[in-house]
Ligand binder design. Sequence first.
Ligand code: CUA
Length: 196
Amino acid sequence: MADTHPDPLQRPLPDAIVPAEVVARTEKRWLGVMVAMLIVMMAVVVLTGMTHAISPPSNVETIDPTTLHLGGEFAESNLGTAQERDGSLTVRLIAGQFGFAPDCTKVAVDTPVKFRLTSTDVIHGFLLPSTNVNTMVVPGFVAEVRTRFTRPGIYRMPCNEFCGAGHHGMWARVSVVPKDQFQSLAPTERSSCVQQ
Ligand code: CUA
């Protein structure tokens, strides 16, 4: 007659009621699963960041968007592809409603490429499909993304941040050519493929 024990805690539980120890054990197990999932997800973020260079753009560098055309890094004569002393390439672009300037840039395959962009007006987006390049271009800031193209070809770059009535037409190209087709540039020389 255990269910008539004078101490209610000693009576057997009705069917379908789980004892407190079992509940505590199950909760601890789920806590373990949750912590393990958090660790795995953090590891995925850190490892992809390190091995695939996938990371949020964190280049907090400011610039006055109203004087870009007057001089400095984003003056017209400095836009396009530049070659650094170490052979790497720097591509400077301006995004504005509704186009990129220059709208075609040429780089070499298997070469470190650094894109530096800024906006004259509103927020635009810069995305190169099948690469790690995907950044917002915010007026007042310089966005910087580094990549290395492993395959030659034409990479179309859509603006992927809604920026107004002409957003859907805001496209440009990056032409990635084999190394022997890329002409070396003098330190002050800038190139693009706009005329092609
Ligand atoms: Cu620029 Cu959308």
